[in-house]
Design a protein around this ligand. Structure first.
Ligand SMILES: [Zn+2]
Length: 87
């Protein structure tokens, strides 16, 4: 979504908004999803700067959630189906 460089699902993260209104990461989460390149903070930056993320998910994204997501994208060994729990 952020850059459309790849269509390989293994290199993409699926972002959704949970019932609590917070971002979740995982391919099995229900609801509308947005895809970002795994391990690419730049992809997230592009998506958020253009408002593409909130548009794709059809709701405003809390700033704190963006920060958390950014931290996870920077982190090593982050997989597409990692534990989506917040805190
Ligand atoms: Zn991307």
């Amino acid at each position: 979504m952020g850059c459309r460089r790849t269509t390989d699902p293994d290199s993409l993260l699926r972002i959704t908004v949970g019932p609590d209104g917070h971002l979740r990461v995982g391919r099995t989460e229900p609801g509308r999803g947005a895809w970002l390149c795994a391990g690419s903070p730049a992809c997230l930056e592009r998506a958020t700067r253009r408002g593409a993320l909130s548009r794709a998910l059809r709701r405003d994204i809390p700033t704190g959630d963006i920060e958390r997501l950014r931290g996870r994208l920077h982190g090593a060994g982050f997989g597409g189906d990692a534990d989506p729990k917040q805190d």
